[in-house]
Design a protein around this ligand. Structure first.
Ligand code: ADP
Ligand code: MG
Length: 312
């Protein structure tokens, strides 16, 4: 079967880690050991988050801007796709060689079209980069009229960007072509893709963040995937999460999950986008979506664990 796998942040960085290359490579090695057993039997398209990585790239650019020009946020996003894609190519291919699994791992820098009239552009909420003093923030806003800065809970001033809904993968046809090639394990749409808007026939990068789970859903449509598998650091989506009566969802229908979603069981910015991605995938004709923990990837693919979302 064809499966789109979305890797959560924990595949790259664990709580308390500093974010060195060695740490990320070691974490990815563990993730890739899991993935190889799936790649042996199935067509796999991988995608991943980039929050901590792109945050660090922005910081490096900010600190160094006296010596070399800082890159805009969309370029930083593309840099993070390259960085993580490279690490995945290394670690996954090495595991494939070790376990005698043929194939090549290829990373595609991926752009995702968003609507320039998306309401989130009117009220950006996603903080990026470091904290600044009010004076510094006001000075930057004077120079860069399109930037929005807010006072963040008494901790200082911080730039915020929009998180628009991902609409369409620009490299869609290339992805379809690459997937016809049996030997290719594709890494695409990293960090949710680089957001672009279309003005006439022209694409233009925008400084916004995309949700990797919602973009993974687009990728699953393009790949005509049999399964959208979202791997994270919890074993299931839960209702009443964190409360004494919390309950894991095992096999759940799209309709039931939608009810739970409307009741507000899934936290915004973490579990909610995964649930929305699963629901959307099924609404668009997908057969199955699963939310599971990274270390149970194969069992979840086989439908044995995790939250399995199905049509009926
Ligand atoms: P990822 O990097 O995999 O996207 P996130 O932190 O964004 O990880 O999302 C996973 C987190 O979602 C879990 O660690 C958990 O704390 C949180 N979460 C919020 N609501 C729920 C819920 N209802 N069921 C399970 N986990 C939830
Ligand atoms: Mg997340």
């Amino acid at each position: 079967m064809t499966v789109v796998i979305a890797l959560g942040g924990n595949a790259l960085l664990r709580a308390g880690q500093e974010g060195t290359a060695e740490e990320q490579l070691a974490n990815l090695k563990i993730a890739c050991e899991q993935l190889v057993d799936i790649i042996r039997k199935h067509k796999v398209v991988l995608t991943h988050g980039n929050g901590p990585q792109v945050g660090k790239i922005v910081l490096q650019n900010e600190i160094a801007q006296e010596s070399t020009p800082a890159m805009p946020f969309d370029v930083c996003g593309a840099m993070s796709q390259g960085q993580i894609g490279y690490m995945l190519q290394q670690q996954l291919k090495n595991e494939m060689i070790k376990k005698g699994v043929p194939g090549e791992v290829v990373t595609l820098i991926t752009r995702v079209v968003v609507d320039k009239n998306d309401p989130s552009f009117q009220s950006p909420t996603k903080p990026i980069g470091s904290f600044y003093s009010e004076e510094e923030a006001r000075e930057i806003m004077r120079k860069k009229k399109d930037q929005v800065w807010i006072e963040d809970a008494g901790r200082g001033w911080r730039r915020v960007v929009a998180s628009p809904d991902p609409k369409k993968i620009v490299e869609k046809e290339v992805i379809k072509k690459l997937l016809q090639e049996d030997s290719i394990v594709l890494v695409a749409s990293g960090g949710g893709g680089v957001p672009v808007i279309k003005e006439g026939d022209i694409y233009k990068g925008v400084e916004a963040v995309l949700d990797k789970d919602l973009s993974a859903e687009l990728l699953a449509e393009v790949a005509e995937a049999d399964l959208l598998l979202i791997l994270t650091d919890v074993t299931h989506a839960f209702i009443h999460y964190g409360k004494p009566q919390q309950e894991k969802l095992q096999r759940v229908s799209r309709q039931k999950l939608e009810e739970y979603w409307q009741q507000g069981h899934f936290a915004k910015g973490s579990m909610e986008p995964k649930v929305r991605a699963a629901l959307r995938f099924l609404q668009k004709g997908g057969k199955r979506a699963a939310i599971a923990s990274l270390d149970q990837a194969l069992e979840a693919l086989e439908g044995k664990t995790g939250t399995q979302v199905v049509n009926d």
